[in-house]
Structures are given as structure tokens and as C-alpha cells.
Design a protein around this ligand. Sequence first.
Ligand code: NFS
Ligand code: SF4
Length: 652
Amino acid sequence: MPNSKTWDPIAQSMIEKANEQGFSTAFSRAEAMKPCPIGRGGSCCSFCFMGPCRMVGKNREELAGICGARPATIAARNLARWIAAGAASHSDHGRDMAIALRETAKGKAQGYEIKDVKKLYATAKYLGVKVEDRTKEEIAIDVANAALEVWKGQEGEIVCLSRAPKRRQEIWRSLGIAPRGVDREIVETLHRTGMGTDQDPEHILMHALRASMTDGWGGSMIATDIGDILFGTPKPVRSKVNLGVLKEDEVNIVVHGHEPLLSEMIVLAASDPESIEYAKSKGANGINLAGICCTANEVLMRQGVPSAGNFLNQELSILTGAVDAMVVDVQCVMQALQGLSTKFHTKLITTSKKAKITGATHIQFDEHKALSIAKLIVKTAIDNYPNRGKSEIPEGLDDLVAGFSHEYISYMLGGIYRASFRALNDAIIEGRIKGVAGIVGCNNPRTVQDQGHNYLTREFISRDVLVVQTGCGAIASAKAGLLTPEALQYAGPGLREVCEAVGIPPVIHLGSCVDNSRILTIATNMVTEGGLGDDIADLPAVGIAPEWMHEKALSIGAYFVASGVYVLFGGGESPVGDSAEVTEIITKGWEEKVGGKLEFEPDFDEILRKSMDHIELKRKALKLGSWAPGKYTRTYVTPQELARRGQAALEE
Ligand code: NFS
Ligand code: SF4
């Protein structure tokens, strides 16, 4: 059955190759292993050892665990723990960024520098750090320490909340869900959800919202801002995507995982003339870097490093036989890579202090010796190049433009001297743009790879809805050619006019999953710009994770809900679908309290319908008009022009 596993013909050919040659992949394993019927709907509790208790049977709502826990309590505790685990992943990443900034400012982190001073000042401002009459190093040390307070906070609330619209802050405070500190809220989630503590589903889930906010308005926001300070705020850059970015005649190093701290150093080490000479001495024509997952997004956004694909491409890249080293750090790294890499010559290199894989080569990363370690990793890859056997790199590549930040978007919309979101707000008010859809998140082999992302993206832009993306969703669009100005051919007339006039594509790649914080910032800027209400909940906007699989996605979904956004998760069934009570709490219940709600909707057409209804509802509430086409003249913006404008805007 062609294309039954993926929307991408290149991935499909690799899956077929794997099947023919007897290699297992996530695609084949997902087929062989059906989801556990008890766990899939949130009905299994394993939080103490009187159990595990399974809420299965007739009259489900009357069942109870050995401790008497009701099914709704069990589902709520499960959801809260998943959300906290997701928030922990993003936030722990952010913490390491803050420590790296501090060490950089002290001159102790090898290879790093404070690249974007403007961003340092902006970050200092919201963190309450004084900038006048101080060196950038002094400021950066205080910025790092103030950022680390976001983790340490025991009372009060995290400082980043002050970046949200005033109205939103009031809602959080009145509900008592303004988070105190990342570490506190996550520890408290574990405490509350253990045997015998918080047993009121609604109460548990309000705390889950609070914990999720330590991700979006805490750890992720800091990760994004410090990433920009150390490596530069993204501006439009052209690059390539898909397995064809691997090169037959060069040493291929694939960076995979999440934190830019290591991958940025590998970019440096791989472009070092000595490394390139060394590669040539081994018979290669050079060193070729490519990324997978969000590490790919980090180095794509800032350095234009090509992406070999999203989550489900990780095994497929090794199946080409052309990857000399796959370098991984944390999150979304499949253990299966290890076994698979031994069938080829690929060296799987783990690097994080937090993550080892049995059988893989471990070269431990340390920011104090970052560049030396990166050079050692690059050398290890080069030394492995002569061991490469027959390789088969599938042909076919797509172009893309990535590298959008809220800073850049406001330059584009307002011009260098009047940077603002006015033009976007006006376009929405006039109805040329109906609204905004954030389409983000993972791949999941239980749905067709990229299908949900690409189907929804095309349908939204054709309905004059601007699409913003992050994570593996953005790479799905890239592989389908949707991250170029050429994607305007699929856009509705209103959206097309605006994009052409301003010089942005209709689908905007905002970065990795921690960069979902950029979406929060954009939403806030739109609110403060005026004309679209006084809260994020007033915006005609939706958030969608069509193919989610990671706990991080649930955390992201929850903090968007807490910020007032209608969030839809697609693909599979609801992980708390067994409990009508919990389903009611996270939809109607949350909507009444925070204005946002979380729905699990497997049918993509239903997602589209519900999203458009929601956008129309919000437009009506704001009394926005509809648009008369033909007001503006068409001007076609080439990718080159787009990249040039980006350069100019940021070099003012
Ligand atoms: Ni996000 Fe990124 Fe991809 Fe999902 Fe994994 S890489 S942090 S979790 S799979 S989008
Ligand atoms: Fe069972 Fe209660 Fe223990 Fe959960 S906490 S495993 S429901 S006894």
C-alpha cells in the first residue's frame, strides 16, 4: 500500500527498503504493537504498589482502585504527571542554557560568546537587570542568575509572567495558578499525584495548568531568549530539507536531540579548516552537517544547517548507510538507533551528562571545554568515514525559508524604524487574514507521518489563516515545500496579498519546540498592539498538535490553554478519554476558568471545522469585518529578496 505510512514519498521508499531488508523501524513496530487498551484512555494507575489498578469493566465511573481512587482521579493524576514531565524536559533544557550563559560571561565556557547584545538588553529588561554603565559580561551574569531564579522560586511568581497581557496576568492571579518556580511546581505535581494526596480531579488539573506555565512562560521562554543571546536571534535563512541533504562524498554528521549548546559547537568544529583538511586526508571531500528533530531546528534557524527530517526520519537516516556519526543529546532520541546503527557503520554518540544509551559511544559534553569536545566528536566521525560501506541516499530535496522570530516579524511588518505588529493586526481586523493557527508538535507512527500537519496547513492558508509552526510540524511543512514564498499559491487571496506586501511566507517557521514561547510573545504583541481585544483569549487563534506523541506536547498544549487558547490534539484518541469527567474538566471546565480548552480530536476535518468555527466566533466577538478582495496590488517576493530583507532589518 503506497504512502500508507507517510505523506513523504522519500520516507516511504526508505520504509519499504527497511521492510524488504528486514530492519525494524518505529513504523513496523507501531504496527506490531497495539496500544495498551487500559493505559490508552487514562484508566491505569501505577502510582503505588497496592496496584497497579485498572479501571476496566462495566459501570466504569463506579469503579475504584484499592485505595478507593476513582477513575476520574486516576485519569487526572496521569494527565498532570505527563504535563509535569513535559514541562520538566523543556525547563531542564532552559536551565542548562542559563548556566551556559553565566559561564560564558565569566569567560569559562570555551567557544561561546555573547552574540546578540540587543537581545541581552531586552532579556535584562524583563528580568529586572540593570544595563546602564555596565559591560555586557556583567549584565549577562546577572541575567543568568535572574533567569535561574525562575527555577528556584518558592513563593510569589515567576518574573516572565510580566510579559503576558495585563488581563491574562489578572486571570492567573485570581485563580491562584501563577506559578512560583519551575522546580517547585513540578515537585508539587509529583507530590500531589502520589498515593493519598490530591484526589479531586478538578483541583489536580488546575495545578497541572500552573505547572505547565513554568514551561511556556518559564523554562522554554528562557531557553529561547538565551539561545538568541548566545547564538543570535534568527532571521530568514534559506536551506534544504529531507534525507537528500546527506552527501555521498562527504563525512556526514547528523546532530539529533534538542539543546543548541552542543550542536552550535559542532557547527563551529565542522567548519574548522583543520577538521576539513583532516576529512580530506581520509578521502572525503568535506564535512556535511545535518540535523534531526529540534536540534535540527535550532541550527537551521540560526545557521541554515539543513534538516534531514523530523522525528520519524531518525531511523530512516541511518538506513541510508551514509551517516558516519549521529550525535545525540536529550529527548526524542529512540533507543532503537543503537541497534540499527550497528547494522551499518554509523557511530551513535551520546553526549549528555543526563543521557546514555547502552552500547553507544559516550563523549561527554561539558560547556567549559565545549569546542575541544566538539572537535573530538567531529574527528571521531571523520575517522569513521573510511568504514562506510554501500550507501543509498534517496534523491529529492525541498527548499525552505526558516528563521523567523517575533523581532524579525515586527521589523517586516513595521519597517526598521517602526517595528510593530500593526500591519498584522490591521490585516486581521480588515479580514484579509482571518486568524492565526499554530500547528506544532511531533510525528507519531500511529498516524501517517506529516499528513495531519500538511493537510491542515494547506487548508488553513487556503482559508486566509496565517500558520505559524515549530518543531517537527515545521519540518513536515518544509518537506512538502510549504516553507517557501511559493506556498503562496495555496493561500487564499487575502492572506496572499498581505504576505506579498509584507514579504513573509504564509507558513512561518518559528523554531524548535521551546520556541513555542515565541508564539506566546507574538500573541502578546498582537494584544498590546491594540484592536484585537485585551487578552490572548480574545484573538482569533487556535493551537493544534496534529501528530503529537511526547509528554512535552501535553505541556505545551496545557500552557497555551492556560494562556487562553483553544488547543486541539489530533491523530490518536484522548489519553484521558475513558473519563467523561476529566474530559469535561479540560474542555468546558477550563474554558470557563481560563478561556482556553484542550480537546482531543482524531479527525483532521473536524479539527479544521472546529478551528474555523472558533476563529469566526472570536472575530464576531471582536466585531471584525470581512474583507473585499483587490485592494492591494500583487508583488511577488522571491526567497532571495526575503532573505535580503531579513539581513537588512537586523543589520540596521
Ligand atoms: Ni517537540 Fe522536538 Fe519533534 Fe515532538 Fe520531539 S523533536 S521538542 S517533542 S518529536 S516536535
Ligand atoms: Fe491503585 Fe490507588 Fe495505588 Fe493507584 S494509588 S495503584 S489506584 S491503590
